[in-house]
Design a protein around this ligand. Structure first.
Ligand code: ZN
Length: 174
């Protein structure tokens, strides 16, 4: 397994729509393993392939706490087939927007169809943190970031800070 570089906003690729995956083969499994390692190292609880620069509809998630042992979930071509009217609000962050958090309201429950690590068609009914995490990650596959749900003022403020942060990173490298 190898760790991949996580793309930080602003970057145009984060705004692109990811393509459906045709089949789960060994090459894709290597990518899934690499994404999981990258996510654990970050550390984060969810990562979409586009965040490591690959425009494929693939997500890895693990919302288990460290002391519970690892419980990874691989979602290939996930599709939301139900969203509850009831909503819930979590303070969300994102590995592509380091250091920034905001309260985001989303449907409290969602049902999805997806293909798993072994290429099997599955479905899942999610609520709580998992439902929010799945919706956040599926947004990535459609080029949507959590800051898109904020007011323009708040969004611009975060973007400005991220641009400044990127410039500072460059200075260190030089
Ligand atoms: Zn994210």
């Amino acid at each position: 397994m190898s760790k991949k570089k996580i793309i930080i906003e602003p970057d145009n690729i984060l705004r692109e729509k990811s393509e459906p995956i045709e089949k789960v083969d060994d090459e894709l499994k290597i990518l899934m393993d690499d994404m999981l390692e990258t996510m654990y190292a970050a550390p984060g609880i969810g990562l979409a392939a586009v965040q490591v620069g690959i425009l494929k509809r693939l997500i890895v998630i693990d919302i288990s706490k460290n002391d519970e042992g690892k419980d990874p979930l691989f979602l290939v071509n996930p599709e939301i087939i139900f969203r509850s009217k009831k909503t819930s609000t979590y303070e969300e962050g994102c590995l592509s927007l380091p250091g920034h958090y905001a309260e985001i309201e989303r449907p409290a429950e969602c049902h999805i169809n997806y293909i798993d690590y072994n290429g099997k068609q599955k479905n899942l009914k999610a609520d709580g943190l998992l439902a929010t995490c799945i919706q956040h990650e599926i947004d990535h596959l459609d080029g949507v970031l959590f800051i898109d749900y904020l007011s323009k003022l708040k969004k611009d403020m975060i973007l400005k800070k991220l641009i400044k942060h990127k410039k500072e990173l460059k200075k260190i490298i030089l």
